[in-house]
Design a protein around this ligand. Sequence first.
Ligand code: F0G
Length: 460
Amino acid sequence: MTSPGFRTIFEPFRIHSVEPMRMTTRQQRHDAVTQAGYNLFKVHAADVLIDLLTDSGTGAMSRDQWAAIQHGDESYAGSPSYYVFRDAVRELFPFEHVIPTHQGRAAERIIFSVLGGAGKVVPNNTHFDTTRANVEYTGAQAVDLVIAEARDPHADHPFKGNMDVAALDALLTERGADVPVVFMTITNNSGGGQPVSLANLHAVREVCDAHGKLLFLDACRFAENAWFIREREPGQADRDAADIVREMASLADGMTMSAKKDPMGNIGGWLAMNDDELAGACRNLLILTEGFPTYGGLAGRDLEALAQGLREVVNHDYLRYRIRSTAYLGEALQRAGVPILTPVGGHAVYLDARSLLPHIPPLEYPGQALAVALYETGGVRSCEIGTVMFGRHPDGTEVPASLELVRLAIPRRTYTQSHMDFVIEVCEDVARRAGELTGFRIVDEAPALRHFTAVFEPIG
Ligand code: F0G
């Protein structure tokens, strides 16, 4: 939010309820991370000062969301809270069928159980890790077809999340019969929280139409994507963000959603689509593991909180502050000479560990080394998005990821500018000592999604 005539963009809310933060010593943090096998997912949150592990489910709910919770109706079937939720979803994404799930990956598991399977290929700009894992779990292949600029952490492009439309067309020409659905992730999380343009969505729609393919959105950060479109795409500057969202939805046949991101929930998700038969098959799987189709693994009160969150997230004062505050962190790090992925994305700043730590080879996990150092130095918890997350392939081989990033994800409405100033100082301190950092080896890992549970050992 800005005040007319002033330059400062400030948080468009006041603090109504506070949570204490716990300071720890460097020795305590060293002990905590050693005990956790140098895996930050295993560090107790109470031992973290500023938690930038994820923006998922960690945002602050508003007064009106907490009030909406009191309206929650916990009926097993046909709860009024479901209809409040369904109508709020449809206000932005007017799909015929809206199927609640407990979070995004449940929606992914269901849709890929129905559409995936051995021999199938699912293209996406870039699959998020759970999306890729849910595709591969069915025996299908997950293919990333993001534009070439996205693979260069410093290439300047206003819509670095865009799909390479020619590559998609070529894949559909060659293997069309094996492709059950095309996905577009908005914003493109694994590619740096980068937006997708309306023009690119239109072009992808055309290619899907030419090949008779379904197009689904993985739409977790749809509002941030809409704001980037408003700010960056010619002719969009005067539009209502909600209107842009509706145009994005109108280009798709369905969507998966993690409602723990832009819908401002602590939990939740959904699957939506127009096709009756597909929806029927999805509902049958939903009942098997998630619950009856009018609650799908959520309490009525969760559905109410999400409906209210959906109304709040498309507010322009909120979105202006949100995108600006992420850029604030990124710009300060750039000024301090800390290499980051540019342009800065919507929900996170991604540190470029490969540039900062050229002496640590990819298979010694430079991103992990940086993430551990940020935690030990200042209690800042981040997330490696590099070879630890993407290096292990279903055939058992280990290959360096295309980028070695460390994500500082910013929970919505949770931290203030002075918290971010502290994070900037911690990053500067670690960057000054970059040459002293050493790599890691993995001594234990799960067959899929290894980053959540892997145990590391420092090298040297
Ligand atoms: N798709 C994208 C683009 C995501 O970012 C996530 C989650 C999911 C799907 C899965 O949703 O967690 O509700 O099951 N991303 C979180 C993150 C975990 O930290 O980026 P979920």
